[in-house]
Write a protein that binds this ligand. Structure first.
Ligand SMILES: *Cc1c(COP(=O)(O)O)cnc(C)c1O
Length: 455
């Protein structure tokens, strides 16, 4: 009888006990992060007003494995281990000889991979006596993940949500409130940056950069409060490796190993979380042919069009200066529905690996991502987040290459989340109103003229 298994699972007790830290295996170390005020290399005390020491040390650690605390594993158990699927119905619809696997992170309470790090961050803050966390959110995915994590450990959470999203997307705000967090539109009257902005323009629609400034000011001005970031940073990618570690173990058990790993990238955390534990085998030479494809939107093509340069993490120049692919901290991408992929920069780890030639990058248009997302919904059933559709698009394209060449490659992609709160985006596509945005090269040129000068 031929094997027709669709779902691969794992016992709770076999869930990973350690996160994988790629900094132990990099052939060339990462460039140091710099202080946004002085331009000098950052030291742990510089970050202490914002983050707990445990996370600051993880940020620079070169230990290969870092233990997942039992308290964090206990919360992970609410939805982890997540299922590995073989997309047999999609394979059949495509008529491809390729095997397509995906790991589904949409089963977390917030509906994406983001709670993997939110829970860990809330735990370390609680352990260091912090009572309250502040953060920013664009479309609301990160804010809702941190709100859930705050509820798990009895921490107050204050979310500054970009005004336009706050008005247009009420459901994520309601999720945050259900978990007990406070969510205000940014600019808000609660901070001096916000008040200043409101005085200039009472109808200001806000931006991610401004919301970051508010959340950072909030954390800096209170002893009991720390700031939290949902992507980009090394410790965030570290926490997300739980995805790839589970996937690797599950594939090992069925005698499979991916030829190609695909993930969508905003700040890079879900893609890296999946591929890093596998990339370890490429770094040590045992899997030299493993391919890793990071997929980004055409309208925000950080990896495919940006320079590899030192830049600020946020438009307000409050976040550290890091070496990364960037379109400039002042770049405001067009309003694509994949709000989680509208970031001007990219995680230093993915940037570094691309520069060294260990991973690839590809940009795709909004319309083709929805075309792929709808085919996925009609074959595999899941209504995916617009961000995730970028990974689905590239996985399908790789499978179609196999159809041409007749090669039965094994493709693995990370399914970063469901799209149940993105029905307006589906509506726009299904009613023919969705459009593509070209790459605004003039705007990028302007933004890139304002990179920090570092020696
Ligand atoms: C936030 C988000 C992303 C992008 O963030 P990364 O840090 O690049 O992973 C992708 N997919 C979903 C569903 C998200 O919520």
């Amino acid at each position: 009888m031929s094997d027709s298994t669709v779902k691969y699972t794992m016992q709770e007790r076999d869930m990973p006990r350690y996160w994988y830290n790629v900094q132990a295996d990099l052939p060339v170390p990462l460039a140091p992060a710099l202080h946004p005020g002085t331009g000098k290399p950052l030291t742990p005390p510089d970050l202490a007003p914002l983050f707990p020491m445990a996370l600051i040390m993880q940020e620079v650690s070169t230990e290969r494995y870092i233990e997942i605390p039992d308290e964090v594993r206990d919360v992970y158990k609410l939805w982890r281990p997540t299922t590995l699927f073989r997309a047999r119905r999609l394979e059949k619809a495509l008529g491809t000889p390729a095997k397509i696997f995906y790991k589904y992170e949409g089963v977390s309470p917030a509906g994406s991979h983001k709670p993997n790090t939110a829970v860990a961050q809330a735990y370390y803050n609680k352990k260091e006596g912090i009572k309250r966390m502040s953060t920013e959110t664009g479309a609301g995915q990160w804010g809702s993940a941190l709100a859930f994590a705050g509820a798990c450990f009895g921490l107050e959470v204050k979310v500054y949500m970009v005004r336009v999203s706050y008005d247009q997307k009420p459901y994520r705000r309601i999720m945050m409130e259900a978990w007990g967090a406070k969510c205000v539109p940014s600019p808000s009257p609660d901070t001096s940056v916000g008040r200043q902005m409101l005085a200039e323009d009472p109808k200001c629609p806000g931006s991610l950069g401004l919301a970051i400034s508010e959340a950072v000011e909030d954390a800096m001005s209170r002893e009991d409060t720390h700031y939290s970031l949902g992507s980009v940073l090394n410790h965030v990618l570290l926490h997300q490796t739980v995805i790839g570690l589970e996937a690797k173990k599950m594939m090992e058990e069925i005698g499979e190993y991916p030829d190609i790993i695909v993930g969508c990238v905003g700040g890079g955390s879900n893609s890296a979380g999946m591929f890093l534990p596998f990339l370890k085998d490429k770094l040590d030479g045992s899997k030299p042919n493993l391919r890793v494809v990071n997929v980004e939107p055409y309208s925000c093509p950080t990896l495919t069009k940006g320079p590899f340069a030192y830049d600020y993490g946020d438009s307000a120049k409050l976040a550290p200066i890091v070496k990364m692919y960037t379109l400039g901290h002042r770049y405001m991408p067009p309003p694509i529905h994949a709000g989680g992929l509208r970031y001007h920069g990219m995680s230093p780890i993915i940037s570094h690996l691309l520069k060294l030639g260990y991973v690839e990058a590809r940009a795709v248009h909004q319309l083709e991502t929805f075309e792929a997302g709808i085919l996925f919904a009609r074959t595999e059933g899941i209504l995916s987040a617009p961000e995730t559709m970028h990974a689905i698009r590239a996985a399908i394209d790789e499978a179609l290459v196999c159809k041409k060449t007749g090669e039965a490659k094994t493709i693995l992609f990370n399914h970063s989340g469901h799209g149940h709160v993105d029905m307006n985006a589906y509506d726009a596509y299904l009613s023919g109103k969705l459009q593509n945005y070209e790459y605004p090269s003039e705007k990028v040129k302007e933004a890139l003229a304002d990179l920090p000068r570092v020696s």
